[in-house]
Write a protein that binds this ligand. Structure first.
Ligand code: AQP
Length: 332
């Protein structure tokens, strides 16, 4: 790859991507492809930290890959692949795990949230997930990681692991920086706007899936929980409206005061309809492209196999150097 800086980011194939995944992460990935060497992964190894039905996981993984391309990731410009197709992520994970403290992992809020939500399956993988995420990033010496706000703590840990490794074994890893979009870093649930919008939320009305049909999107926005006030304005305590204004702003480019003027004297109903229609129309090309790609599985396979081959080639060199640094005997 050329001398451009490296970017890595991933998304789990735990279901159809939500509007939160789209606004907070993927829609920012496409525009970075010209300026950087971008590596985007469907992080299937991460997804099994929560119990998955194997048939569903395989289906969701292929759909997630097609969706990634439908959202504008060009598999020729970027490397787009399945994490499980590059065994070096798991190998580096081990080395980094031995350079990560139990106490650090215990402080991760996502572990606390997810272990509370899946109390019957608090597995070791869920606990060590952030180490694998560090391996994903550091394996490519990525300098920038585009993520939503909820991943900031994990990225901070990846930085600490990189710095610790560098101090112990001599400078090697690039210490990655987060790239968090100023607007939409945390899109909230439509049913409980104090909670982030999540793919795995059990309430289907809580999230917009980017493959939802227009009438479903409009209906979900109509049902969005707001407040008893009737003024479209961004203010403390108006979590539902603040969330809808943020979403509307992300798609229209309008500032909050412009949105406030546009809907001055109108009720929440008009505003919710406008947000729903704007989002649905903006996502229409993604739905169309996704349907086209899903009809060409041979092309998808060609892309993800090529992505895996290119990703593996980069990380093989990294892992060889790391093994040498930590003191393993050369295999060649
Ligand atoms: N609500 C959100 N707002 C902004 N960004 C978000 N992201 C996730 N939810 C929001 C960002 O999307 C990227 C991929 O996320 P992920 O698939 O790795 O897992 P996640 O963060 O756990 O997302 P979900 O949708 O909540 O998945 P489940 O329900 O399976 O746990 C990340 O950059 C993330 O920040």
């Amino acid at each position: 790859m050329s001398g451009k800086k490296m970017i890595f980011s991933g998304i789990q194939p735990t279901g159809t991507f939500t509007l939160g995944n789209y606004i907070g992460a993927i829609r920012n990935w496409g525009p970075l492809q010209d300026e950087f060497n971008c590596i985007y992964s469907i992080v299937d190894l991460h997804s099994i930290t929560v119990a998955q039905d194997p048939v569903e996981l395989r289906k969701n993984s292929l759909r997630a890959y097609a969706l990634l391309l439908a959202c504008g990731i060009d598999p020729k410009k970027s490397i787009a692949f399945f994490q499980s197709h590059n065994k070096f992520h798991a190998e580096l994970n081990w080395v980094l795990a031995c350079n990560t403290q139990f106490g650090e992992l215990s402080r991760m809020t996502q572990f606390k949230d997810k272990s509370a939500r899946h109390a019957d399956n608090v597995n070791a993988g869920l606990f060590t997930y952030p180490v694998l995420m560090a391996a994903d990033i550091l394996a490519y010496n990525a300098s920038l990681v585009p993520i939503g706000g909820d991943q900031k703590q994990h990225l901070e840990l990846a930085r600490n692991i990189a710095q610790r490794f560098n101090q112990r074994y001599g400078d090697f890893f690039t210490v990655p920086e987060p790239y968090i979009a100023p607007l939409g870093a945390k899109v909230m649930s439509l049913q409980d706007p104090t909670k982030k919008m999540s793919k795995s939320d059990e309430n289907p009305n809580s999230c917009i899936l980017i493959l939802d049909e227009k009438d479903t999107i409009v209906r979900k926005f109509k049902r969005a929980v707001t407040d008893s006030d009737a003024e479209v304005s961004f203010a403390d305590g108006k979590d539902g409206i603040n969330n809808l204004m943020t979403i509307y702003s992300c798609f229209t480019g309008k500032k909050f005061d412009e949105i406030q003027n546009e809907f001055s004297g109108k009720g929440y109903g008009d505003f919710k309809l406008a947000v729903g229609e704007t989002v649905a129309d903006a996502l229409e090309p993604v739905r169309t492209e996704f349907a086209r790609l899903m009809n060409d599985k041979a092309y998808l396979k060609e892309c993800y196999m090529d992505g895996a081959m290119r990703a593996t080639k980069i990380t093989q060199k990294t892992i060889t150097k790391i093994y040498r640094k930590v003191g393993f005997v050369d295999a060649r």
